[in-house]
Write a protein that binds this ligand. Structure first.
Ligand code: ZN
Length: 104
């Protein structure tokens, strides 16, 4: 999905997103998606929580298996790239647009 999302603003203010779902050839932009970086030290536990939510919501085994494999790749990425990994942050000044009040 791209374009209007019904809320009058982008969802992800940190990244401009143009992503293609390889599975279905769907396209998504930052009005319909959020991006988290593999270097984000909060991501592994976030994905573990996401998996538990998918399980709670009744997600199919393929979804849970895909998340398990994703978590394993992120864990390996962070182990292989320790100097790149960081605590996520928003810069003073340059990140002001991220912290601006929501329109709704
Ligand atoms: Zn898709």
């Amino acid at each position: 999905m791209i374009g209007d999302n019904g809320i009058g603003e982008v969802i992800d203010r940190k990244f401009e997103i143009q992503a293609r779902c390889i599975e279905h050839d769907h396209v998504y932009d930052d009005r319909h998606a959020v991006l988290m970086l593999a270097k984000d030290l909060a991501l592994p536990n976030t994905l573990r929580f996401y998996r538990s939510e998918c399980l709670r919501l009744g997600a199919a085994e393929n979804q849970l298996r895909g998340i398990d494999l994703l978590i394993e790749r992120v864990d390996r990425y962070q182990a292989a790239n320790p100097t790149v990994c960081k605590v996520p942050d928003v810069d003073d000044g340059r990140g002001d647009h991220i912290l601006a009040p929501n329109r709704g």
